[in-house]
Design a protein around this ligand. Structure first.
Ligand code: SF4
Length: 61
């Protein structure tokens, strides 16, 4: 499972706080996801961040 942040991100900072292993904020204050296939607990946490994103800006493959 691979995660992406789309252009709807409003930079609320929630996803890096839920799953810092996968999400971080860029200099433009939007989130970015690591470019890697995720499994196990990391994928579960990333999915939780995705579900909590207030603007549904996180997608996954
Ligand atoms: S939770 Fe959503 S809106 Fe907030 S920083 Fe992450 S991707 Fe952006």
């Amino acid at each position: 499972m691979k995660f992406f942040v789309n252009s709807d991100c409003i930079g609320c900072g929630l996803c890096p706080s839920v799953c810092p292993e996968v999400f971080s904020m860029t200099d433009e204050n939007v989130a970015q996801a690591v470019d890697a296939e995720l499994t196990g607990q990391t994928a579960v946490l990333a999915q939780q961040a995705m579900e909590q994103c207030p603007v549904s800006a996180i997608e996954h493959s």
